[in-house]
Design a protein around this ligand. Structure first.
Ligand SMILES: NC(=O)c1ccc[n+]([C@@H]2O[C@H](COP(=O)([O-])OP(=O)(O)OC[C@H]3O[C@@H](n4cnc5c(N)ncnc54)[C@H](OP(=O)(O)O)[C@@H]3O)[C@@H](O)[C@H]2O)c1
Length: 328
């Protein structure tokens, strides 16, 4: 089988598509014929070595997402022929991941492909869409409803941001897309953004600890000064779901919006999301997103293209989602 293999030597990290033995796959009770994986920001960091994502031993197969068909199973939960999705649980970080034609996994980590989705569509969604769904669910659970007012999405043209815009639109929210990519304005309107603002409008930090309340809710993929601005500009009892750090991992803020306005800052971690919530989120994704939504926000590349696209995604220059056909 072919895999994108990362090797570490005195000269540093290198990545190449290489033939590997099935016997080298990690332990697990389910063997999967991988159909598609996807390229996330985190995968870009792993493949280029720009971020310390890989915690397993080298040589290592990255790829935090995969979708495929069960080839062999020692678990009574899955049988050969079943279609499954694997995201998170350290896949592509401490266990070999999806940039390979086969993968071995633990049955408890797998989600059955929900009815209404193809394996390709599941990877258009991938960790990015799953994370966006968890962010939307967190806002809903904290009382942000379509009638509450505008919900802003930062890093809107990226993978998770695009998904958040499309999901909020399908649920009837007024979605404001914050983007630094002018060329993405038409794309974001197609996904359902009702208004578009420039990245700089939020990206320089707030002038005051509390500013005029502008947002009933926010979904933030960039962190840093942008998240600090969102906290200062969220309306009374509004909520912000934070999952990303494309701008910065740092956050300088004050407690005033929390204790004087009841603003909620909700952390989203897709990696360790418990199985029941995971299945519920995937079912909602299948129910909410149309094939046309998914087609509009994807491009599909081959395994050999992953190295070049990893550079592009870490420079913030990709739009929407990148599906990897591991057999192409
Ligand atoms: N917590 C979790 O479970 C979880 C899961 C998935 C992803 N993430 C994180 O979420 C973020 C987005 O992931 P992704 O895979 O969707 O990445 P992506 O496709 O690269 O999207 C990131 C977007 O952020 C914006 N951006 C890039 N550089 C920026 C900067 N310096 N300042 C402000 N905005 C910037 C760009 O959008 P515009 O051009 O539209 O502004 C870019 O498209 C990453 O930080 C990733 O690590 C976390």
């Amino acid at each position: 089988m072919n895999a994108l293999l990362l090797t570490q030597s005195d000269e540093g990290l290198s990545a190449a598509v290489t033939a590997v033995e099935e016997a080298d796959l990690p332990d697990g009770d389910v063997l999967i014929d991988v159909a598609y994986s996807s390229l996330n920001y985190k995968d870009g960091l792993a493949v280029t070595g720009k971020g310390k994502i890989v915690r397993g031993d080298f040589p290592f197969v990255p790829g935090i997402d995969l979708a495929g068909t069960v080839a062999k199973s020692e678990s009574d939960r899955f049988a050969p022929g079943d279609e499954v999705i694997l995201t998170g649980w350290g896949t592509g970080e401490d266990r070999w991941g999806g940039f390979a034609q086969r993968a071995r996994a633990t049955a408890d980590h797998l989600v059955s492909l929900p009815e209404g989705l193809s394996l390709h569509e599941a990877m258009v969604i991938g960790t990015a869409g799953f994370t966006a769904m968890l962010a939307v669910m967190a806002l809903e659970e904290h009382g942000v409803v379509p009638a509450s007012g505008e919900v802003v999405v930062t890093g809107a043209s990226g993978g998770a941001g695009s998904m958040a815009v499309a999901l909020l639109h399908r649920l009837g929210y007024d979605v404001v897309a914050s983007t630094g990519t002018e060329a993405a304005h038409d794309y974001l309107r197609t996904l359902g953004a009702t208004r578009i603002i420039g990245r700089d409008e939020l990206g320089n930090g707030p002038k005051h600890p509390m500013e005029k309340g502008r947002w009933a809710g926010a979904i933030d993929g960039v962190g840093g000064k942008t998240l600090a601005t969102l906290i200062a500009q969220t309306e009374r009892h509004g909520s912000i779901a934070a999952y990303g750090l494309a701008q910065s991992h740092e956050l300088n803020t004050t407690v005033f919006p929390f204790i004087l306005r009841g603003v909620n800052l909700l952390g989203i971690d897709s990696n360790t999301c418990p199985p029941e919530r995971r299945r519920a989120a995937w079912q909602r994704l299948a129910d909410l997103l149309t094939s046309a939504d998914l087609e509009a926000m994807q491009q599909t590349i081959g395994l050999g293209d992953v190295i070049a696209y990893s550079e592009t995604i870490t420079r913030g220059e990709t739009q929407g989602r990148i599906v990897v056909d591991v057999n192409a």
